[in-house]
Design a protein around this ligand. Sequence first.
Ligand code: NAP
Ligand code: GDD
Length: 331
Amino acid sequence: MSVRRALITGITGQDGSYLADFLLDQGYEVHGMVRRSSTEKFDRIEHARDRLILHQGDLLDQRSLVDTMRAARPHEIYNLAAMSYVAASWVQPTLTAEFTGTGVTRMLEAMRETCPDARFYQASSSEMFGKVREVPQTERTPFYPRSPYGVAKAYGHHITVNYRESYGLHATSGILFNHESPRRGLEFVTRKITWHAAAIKLGLEVKLRLGNLEAERDWGFAGDYVRAMWLMLQQDEPEDFVIATGTAHSVRECVEIAFDHAGLEVDEHVEIDPTLLRPAEVEHLVGDASKAKRILGWEPEVGFEELIRMMVEADQALLKHESSPHGVRRL
Ligand code: NAP
Ligand code: GDD
């Protein structure tokens, strides 16, 4: 059988890097789209760099999307690129709409023009459920987004469904609940917590400032979730799937597990910072992935406590290395 080619947008991000590793292991030729920057930030894919084919492009630039697809000739396209940090979407609402919303249409148009027989994965989000209409959330739960990011993702979701129905594209939308890893960006709450637990333990920091400790999320491991993305594109018929663990935990529980693992007292180090509260909050998310279990045979393998402990240990190792005379400390 000839080699399968995959194109990943957002390959430098958390999910893109795990998906690249997964697809390389499956024998794919992996292409990635990257943005031009004055300083390259390819840390998450550095270990696999010589096995990846990178193309310069941007979700804002139609020409670059068309050229990237022409060059990559993908059988599978994973559209993971987005402005993905919810809090920043109130600061840059229009740009978020352009990247995270309209960017999806640009991708679908480029695919329609250059490779209409490819299969397309859209990174939809549980943030679309926002002020939830039912518990747990399924593929049929109505959306009620609570942030400019959630609104933009709802647009991206609907345009993916629309292009599937309008043009017969094999376009699938994966509604993924929060997923984390040692490669998670430092601004997201789990990584912020595990990094600070490690840094405080090593004497590099004293305090951890957080916003809403009562918010609850259904947190899984990114490595498990990229496997679900791939499984979705192996189906004969494109359909949408919720991917979740089915269990919710609060930010407070996350802090307790991380600090306990680092051997620290929460009360001595954690402070509430009201400036970190969001203009509109998503209080509680928990997903029902029964459809994915039934049709894809997908199950998460890493549980929440194991995930947070794994992240604390990875941050301890990272900070020990970076604070050594041979390392560079990074925030
Ligand atoms: P991430 O770590 O923030 O990565 C985002 C990626 O998008 C980066 O590679 C970034 O490139 C790229 N990007 C941003 N704007 C771009 C643009 N205009 N043109 C081209 N590339 C651009 O996000 P993630 O956690 O891996 O999430 C992957 C996708 O899944 C995102 O769409 C996110 O919204 C969605 N999602 C994530 C979760 C989750 O819990 N992780 C849950 C549901 C859905 P740079 O490196 O150049 O910045
Ligand atoms: N980031 C952050 N920083 N969040 C905090 C903090 C803090 O200091 N303190 C409390 N939180 C709360 C937020 O208010 C939110 O309720 C929760 O922690 C999770 O925040 P994030 O980790 O930033 O993730 P998110 O749920 O807003 O968004 C992530 O998950 C979505 C899927 O539901 C992102 O990965 C999105 O891209 C993704 O779509």
